[in-house]
Design a protein around this ligand. Sequence first.
Ligand code: SAM
Length: 282
Amino acid sequence: MIESALYIVPTPIGNLDDITIRAIDVLKAATLIAAEDTRHSKILLDKLGISGKKLISCHDHNEEQRASIIIEEVSNGAVVALISDAGSPLINDPGYRVVTLCSKANVKVVPLPGPCALITALEASALPTDKFMFNGFFPVKEKELLDTLAALTNVDYTAVFYETPRRIQATAEALAKVLPEHDITLCREMTKTFESFYRLKAKDAPDFLKADADRTKGEFVVAIGALKDEGNNAIDPKIKKALEELIKTSPVKAVTNVLAELTGVKKNDLYNLALELKQQQD
Ligand code: SAM
């Protein structure tokens, strides 16, 4: 017996077998299914043999209005499901406002675990998963993209982005320019026939993609590893340059303290590098 609530139901990100028994049970029990694109979801429901459901669209432009319909349905004792075109609703997909409004109205919200491109990519990225940041899609404007990447130079977590086939080459060029020594994983077409994981240094990504047109086809998740702790070698050249100039006129300790504070680079690494540079200057 499935109790009345709004259920957040993940759907496959490629392979149609990737749907949980619980997700199917909820979809079968639902009287109302709110979908990002009703025509798209109808195909999945047909494949699952689920018919006769009231389907309403729920996308970025009508969430508030849809929330009131959902609140009314659940308040009347119905089971309502929220699905997106693929993967987990709300993760770079509509649903956040619906959940907020439902919780404000004391309507029970039940999230179901299931397929999600972000998590699937992280698992196969071969990059650290203990600390990561999800950033949605990469910015499209070049300056914003370069700034976003530059901000990742010295972070200590894996950064994950979604990307489209149309933009992947340009993004690879930007990655090679700003974060050349970072390990990255391009996760392409996960769970589908041409599933591929390209694990390489960012500086090698543009040529690797250019070498075979098929490598830029399909959907992508890009995971960017933190620069490995290689002491002085891992320090951004711009920070190195600033250190080099500042120690000409100020005490090494004071300079490393300030730079460590400003850049997030370990004080010890900066100090060791400063001593090396000082020796070269003397
Ligand atoms: N909510 C979805 C999820 O949790 O997986 C993500 C929706 S977002 C609008 C769609 C983006 O997710 C795609 O452009 C792509 O970057 C990524 N994506 C979805 N399915 C994918 C797959 N099978 N392989 C690689 N990336 C995928």
